[in-house]
Design a protein around this ligand. Sequence first.
Ligand SMILES: [Zn+2]
Length: 253
Amino acid sequence: MSVATDTGVKARVHPSPNHGDRAEDAPIDMLILHYTGMQTGEEALQRLCDPRSEVSAHYVVQEDGSILQCVPEARRAWHAGKSFWKGERDINSRSIGVEMVNPGHEFGYRSFAEPQIEAVIALCADVCARHQIHPWMVLAHSDIAPSRKEDPGELFPWDKLAAAGVGHYVEPEPIGSGLFMQEGEEGQPVEALQSMLALYGYEVGINGSFDRRTREVVTAFQRHFRPEKVDGVVDASTIETLHNLLSKLPSLK
Ligand SMILES: [Zn+2]
């Protein structure tokens, strides 16, 4: 007997026991992208389906482009952990989680394979269309948990996804010399930076103090939008790229 998946894209079911009820009235309005961050895809899949691990995702996309569905979309998968976006904390209740096999920063981070990216694009386009997920709600795990997470990382081709109509993107401004702010600084420019990061959706205090959290959020922003240099230091390219992004910010609600 073959079990049906939720997606119209070619996939097969590989069930995980790790899921629960979504919070009542929570709409599915976010899509979170991850990498598995383990040595092999096999190992990652085992972990995502092991009841002792208490982690899971709705989908796993392997490097050859094959897609496995581990948790039904109607159920709350356990992929986001402690996280935040635009005031929401129970991201698992309102999102679909997609894991991409990649060893990650710990075990030999590498470019995502072409067939894998093609499959991710097809899957995400399908998920976003069925749930009417806004392109600005397609995010990295590192965006919603900047102090804990680096995935899917600076090698993930957000530009390719956006070109295919998935998610959102802004061209990074070239890196040059120019003003910068970094950890330890205080003042109105820091507060303005924090306001912009918070407006986009990050959890960061607007206190005028470039603290550790601010550095982590700047790092997450760079990983997503200015991947050439991910150092947590605000140079002219970082601030201009952030400005450009916010100039396109739609009103989501
Ligand atoms: Zn993750």
